[in-house]
Design a protein around this ligand. Structure first.
Ligand SMILES: *Cc1c(COP(=O)(O)O)cnc(C)c1O
Length: 398
């Protein structure tokens, strides 16, 4: 125990100790946090669906029909008709032969990767991939090769000298802390050239990118039996859970062998009811994706003069890089004082020296709310760095 206490103290000294804030009421642009209202840019509810009346109604209906628990693994007695309908609808939505539902994204990746590759095979992993892709790859026992972020040239070199019977490239579709999109056309071309599979984790692209939110593959117009497309439902879809879609044989195999599918209780059917409503909204309320894009443009133009830079991103994730851990915390605290909640993200979630404010935009944010954030950030910048006038001062801050 002393050991752990010392380690906790060390985290505190490095400003890396995390704390949770207690939220009352539903997710939304204005949230009650620790009893007070805050304008929030902190969630992944990119389309504002987490509290959408149609989803709530569908969940109620699901409860009335199926109760609240699935009570068993899907392979025993837990696979409800509404879940079957959801899988069929998901496959059609992303334009792939078949889909399989998972309880959440973390478990999906921890199950998919070890079911596909093992000792003697190789997994190729972008350096900025989400933790659960990395953990899934480690668990598989395959060789693990990390390539620099979006570095196709380096990946090609690694593939060219690899002789494994199975090769799997794993990538975020949209990178969760930077907000940029994977170079999927080039990745797929490499898969063709070197006979590899591609697993795309589209936790932040599903619902946001592509026609009607069909995701990052649709954004590029890509389809191939070499691709497994994984999407999650806790972000833009507004609910919880995940799925993987792809070639029918591969999906059948995953149903047999993904241990996080086989050995877990199926998700409550009411979630599938709500998610069928989500898919309808993706298709019928496309204004949400468009409104989100307008807020992204607005933020980028509004913050152009700050002493810190936004990473280039066409997605809801806008990362304002301030580098220093304490500065990131100070900025977060200064905004918090003004009733605005933007999370500071520090190592180990992001590489050392790239601490940032991670601004999450949503279709639920109004133009005025984004304007309020822009004004507050400009104000805070002036107070924290009194002589900062424009981006010319960038070098001084490093
Ligand atoms: C959030 C996230 C996950 C985990 O999904 P959950 O359903 O929340 O477990 C997986 N991959 C990426 C890239 C994510 O951002």
């Amino acid at each position: 125990m002393d050991d752990i206490s010392t380690q906790l103290l060390a985290l505190q000294e490095q400003k890396l100790l995390r704390q949770r804030r207690i939220v009352d009421g539903p997710q939304g642009p204005v949230m009650t946090v620790d009893g007070k209202p805050f304008l929030a840019f902190a969630s992944n509810d990119y389309l504002g669906l987490a509290n959408h009346p149609a989803l709530i109604a569908a969940a109620h209906e699901g409860i009335d029909r199926y109760g609240v628990g699935a009570a068993s693994s899907a392979l025993v007695s837990g696979h409800s008709r509404v879940m079957e309908e959801l899988e069929v609808a998901l496959a059609a939505f992303v334009g792939m032969p078949r889909a399989l539902h998972f309880s959440n994204g973390y478990m999906a990746n921890m199950g998919i990767i070890p079911a596909l590759v093992g000792a003697g095979d190789t997994v190729f992993c972008d350096r900025l991939n989400h933790a659960c892709l990395i953990d899934g790859a480690r668990l598989s026992g395959a060789e693990f090769r990390i390539y620099p972020h979006n570095d196709i040239t380096r990946l090609k070199q690694l593939l060219a000298k690899n002789t494994s019977p199975r090769k799997l490239i794993i990538t975020d579709g949209v990178f969760s802390m930077d907000g940029d999109i994977a170079r999927l056309p080039e990745l797929l071309a490499l898969c063709e050239e070197y006979d590899a599979w591609l697993l795309v984790d589209d936790a932040h692209g599903f619902g946001v990118l592509g026609p009607q939110g069909r995701g990052s593959l649709a954004h590029f117009g890509l389809a191939s039996p070499r691709v497994l497309y994984m999407g999650t439902f806790g972000k833009a879809a507004g609910v919880a859970g995940a799925f993987v879609a792809g070639d029918a044989t591969l999906i059948t195999w995953l149903m047999q062998r993904a241990r996080t599918y086989v050995f877990t209780t199926a998700s409550p059917p009411m979630l599938a009811s709500a998610l069928l409503a989500t898919l309808k909204i993706f298709e019928t309320e496309y204004w949400r994706q468009q409104h989100l894009q307008e807020r992204i443009q607005q933020l980028q133009q509004g913050l152009a003069d700050l002493p810190w830079r936004l990473l280039p991103s066409q997605t809801a994730i806008q990362a304002l890089i301030v580098e220093d851990n304490q500065l990131a915390l100070d900025l977060m605290a200064a905004l918090y004082e003004q009733g605005i909640w933007v999370p500071a993200i520090r190592p180990p979630t992001v590489p050392k020296g790239t601490a940032r404010l991670r601004i999450s935009l949503s279709a639920a944010h109004s133009e005025e709310q984004v304007e309020q954030l822009i004004a507050a950030l400009k104000n805070v910048a002036k107070n924290i760095i009194p002589d900062s006038r424009s981006g010319e001062d960038d070098e001084m801050l490093k």
